[in-house]
Design a protein around this ligand. Structure first.
Ligand code: UTP
Ligand code: MN
Length: 533
C-alpha cells in the first residue's frame, strides 16, 4: 500500500490550484476529491497503461490506491465483464464485511479525467453483473402506423421522446413540417416500447426511426444528453419563437416576422406595439395563465359550467369532454368539448345561445365563434392530409373562479374588474427551461388572484357526424394524422372529423360509434387512453 503522504503531495507554490496541475509530468497534485478513492484493475489493462492512467488521475487531483483496500470506493476496469470483476473482488477479502464499491468501466474514468472531476455515474458506466445472453437481449418490434399501437401515458423513454419532441418543435417553428412529423413519428415509436432503450441494437427493425432520430438517441445513450437539443434550447430564435407563439392567436409566421423585427420577448413586444388582433390582445393579456397547465380538476369544473349552459338552452343536448383529458391526461394546454343533440338538426343555432348564456354570466374573457360550413353534398370527402374541420366552433378564454375550481360553484366576485395584464411572465417551455420576462416586480403575483384564465374549445356536431367528430377531437394529433394516413394508403378511404369515404366503392361509410369507425378501417379498436401517440 502506498503511504498516505505519497498520495497527498502538496506542491510548494502556495495557492496553486488543482486545475493548474493538469500536466502529465509525473508530479502528484493536491487531493481534490476526498470522497473518491479509485482502484484501477490491472487485469487486461496491463501494467504500463495502469501506471500511466494512475499518474494522470493523480495529476488531476484524484486519489488512486496501488493495492486494493477498504478505502477504495470505485473499482475501474477495462475490457472486463461485471462478473469477472465481482469474482476478482470477492477473492480479495473472502467475503469480509466491506463498504460497497462501484464497479465501473474505464469510460467513467476517462470522462472524469476530461472533466477534471468525478462525473456522475450513469447506467452505461456501470458493469453489468449478470451475464447477458445475446438471445435474451430485448429487441423491440412495433407495427408501423401509430394507430395500430396502444400507446398509454406510461412512457418508459421520456429521456429520448422529450428530446425528439423538442426537435420536432424546432422543425415546426422553422416551417419544416415534414421533418417535424418525422421526429414525432420517431417519438411515438419509442413511447410504445414496453421498457427503456439501453442499446442501439434494440432499435434494429423498428419503423419510423430515421438517421437523424437515431443519431439523437445514440448521443443520449452515450452522453446522457443530446448536443443538438442543448444547442436548440440555447438558440435565440428558438427561445424567442417559443415565447411569442406561446401567445394565444400568434402563429409561427407572425412570431417569425416579429423576431426579424428584433422582438425577442413580451416586454419588447409591448414596447414596440405592433397592431394586434383581438385574439392576440387577449392572449397577451392572459399570457401567464394560458401558459400554465390546466389540471383535470379545472377541466371538470369548466365541464360543469359548460354542461349547465348547454342544458339551460337545450335540455336534451349532450356535452363530451374530448382532447387530451379524454385520453387520460392529468394536465393540458386547453379544454376541449364536443356538443351534440340526439335529434339531427336540433343542434343548429345552439352555439350562439350557449355563448350568450356564458357571456351574460361573466364566464368568457374572450370568444370567437365560427359557423358550421360543412356540407357533405358540396364539400365531398374530407381532405385526408388536413385536420381542419368545418364544425361550428367557439375558441374561447374562460374566467375560472378559484372557488369554482375547488367546488364548481357559481362565481361570486364577477362585478369587480378582474382582468389585469400580467406582465411578470413565467412560462414553462416543454419542461426544459423557464424564461422570465422581468418587467414589473411589483405586479400582483398570479398566486393571489381569485380566478384564472383557461383556453376552452367548444365544438358542435350534428349527431350523424358525432362519432367522427369524437374520434377526430380526441387526438392525439399524431394519432389522428396516422389514422388518416392509414385510411388513405392502406384502405383507399378518406377520413375526416365529419365522415369516412370509401374511394373504391364511392360511398360514405356511416358510423354511430368510434368502434364502428375502427372496424370500417380494418383496425383493432384502440381505447382513448391508448391513443397517446
Ligand atoms: P388539442 O390541440 O387541444 O390537443 O387538440 P390535446 O391533445 O387536447 O392536448 P393539449 O393538452 O390540449 O395540449 C385536441 C384534438 O383536436 C383536434 C386535434 O387533432 C387533436 O387531436 N383538433 C384540434 C382538430 O381536429 N381541429 C382543430 O382545429 C384543432
Ligand atoms: Mn386540448
Amino acid at each position: 500500500m502506498v503511504p498516505l503522504k505519497r498520495r497527498k503531495v502538496l506542491s510548494s507554490g502556495a495557492g496553486r490550484t488543482g486545475a493548474e496541475c493538469t500536466g502529465n509530468n509525473g508530479e502528484d497534485a493536491v487531493t481534490k476529491f476526498p470522497e473518491v478513492v479509485l482502484f484501477l484493475l490491472e487485469r487486461k489493462m496491463g501494467t504500463s497503461r495502469r501506471g500511466f492512467l494512475s499518474q494522470l488521475g493523480r495529476s488531476k487531483g484524484f486519489q488512486l490506491e496501488e493495492t486494493f483496500s477498504e478505502r477504495v470506493t470505485h473499482v475501474i476496469s477495462e475490457n472486463n465483464t461485471g462478473v469477472d470483476v465481482r469474482t476478482w473482488l470477492d477473492s480479495q477479502d473472502q467475503g469480509r464485511h466491506r463498504p460497497p464499491v462501484h464497479l465501473l468501466d474505464i469510460s467513467w474514468f476517462t470522462e472524469s479525467m476530461r472533466a477534471g472531476r468525478p462525473v456522475p455515474i450513469l447506467d452505461r458506466h456501470i458493469l453489468q453483473e449478470q451475464e447477458t445472453n445475446e438471445a435474451e437481449k430485448v429487441v423491440f418490434s412495433v407495427p408501423s402506423y401509430a394507430c395500430q399501437r396502444r400507446i398509454s401515458l406510461d412512457n418508459h423513454n421520456t429521456i429520448f421522446t422529450d428530446a425528439l419532441s423538442l426537435l420536432a418543435e424546432k422543425a415546426e417553428l422553422s416551417n419544416e413540417d415534414g421533418r417535424g412529423v418525422a421526429f414525432r413519428r420517431a417519438a411515438a415509436v419509442l413511447k410504445s416500447l414496453p421498457r427503456t432503450v439501453t442499446d442501439m441494437e434494440q432499435l434494429k427493425g423498428l419503423p419510423c426511426l430515421g438517421d437523424h432520430s437515431q443519431r439523437v438517441i445514440k448521443d443520449i445513450l452515450e452522453n446522457g444528453v443530446s448536443s443538438e437539443v442543448k444547442l436548440t434550447t440555447q438558440n435565440e430564435r428558438f427561445k424567442a419563437l417559443k415565447v411569442l407563439t406561446g401567445i394565444f392567436g400568434v402563429g409561427t409566421k407572425t412570431a417569425d416576422r416579429w423576431f426579424r423585427e428584433g422582438i425577442r420577448n413580451l416586454t419588447q413586444l409591448r414596447n414596440s406595439a405592433p397592431s394586434l388582433n383581438r385574439a392576440q390582445q387577449a392572449g397577451l393579456e392572459h399570457y401567464d395563465d394560458l401558459n400554465q397547465a390546466v389540471t383535470k380538476d379545472e377541466a371538470d369544473a369548466i365541464g360543469e359550467i359548460v354542461e349547465k349552459a348547454v342544458l339551460a338552452v337545450s335540455p336534451r343536448s349532450e356535452v363530451t369532454l374530448t382532447g387530451g383529458f379524454r385520453r387520460g391526461k392529468l394536465t393540458g394546454h386547453d379544454v376541449d368539448f364536443l356538443i351534440t343533440h340526439p335529434e339531427e338538426g336540433k343542434e343548429v343555432g345552439l352555439m350562439p345561445k350557449v355563448v350568450s348564456w356564458l357571456e351574460s354570466r361573466g364566464y368568457l374573457l374572450y370568444q370567437k365563434t365560427t359557423r358550421n360550413s360543412y356540407l357533405e353534398s358540396e364539400d365531398g370527402p374530407g381532405r385526408p392530409s388536413s385536420n381542419m374541420d368545418r364544425f361550428e366552433r367557439c375558441f374561447s378564454i374562460f374566467r375560472l373562479e378559484k372557488t369554482e375550481r375547488l367546488n364548481a360553484k357559481k362565481p361570486e366576485a364577477l362585478a369587480e374588474n378582474g382582468a389585469q395584464p400580467q406582465e411578470d411572465v413565467t412560462c414553462s417551455i416543454s419542461g426544459h427551461m423557464q424564461l422570465q420576462d422581468k418587467d414589473s416586480q411589483d405586479e400582483q403575483p398570479t398566486g393571489d388572484k381569485l380566478w384564472r384564465a383557461v383556453r376552452v374549445d367548444l365544438v358542435v356536431s350534428p349527431i350523424s357526424q358525432f362519432a367522427f367528430a369524437l374520434l377526430g377531437w380526441t387526438g392525439s394529433k399524431l394519432f389522428e394524422r396516422e389514422l388518416r394516413r392509414w385510411a388513405g394508403h392502406e384502405k383507399a378511404m378518406s377520413l375526416s372529423s365529419h365522415a369516412l369515404y370509401d374511394n373504391n366503392q364511392n360511398i360514405y361509410l356511416r358510423a354511430a360509434s368510434e368502434e364502428e369507425i375502427f372496424a370500417h378501417l380494418g383496425l383493432e379498436y384502440i381505447h382513448p387512453f391508448e391513443r397517446n401517440a
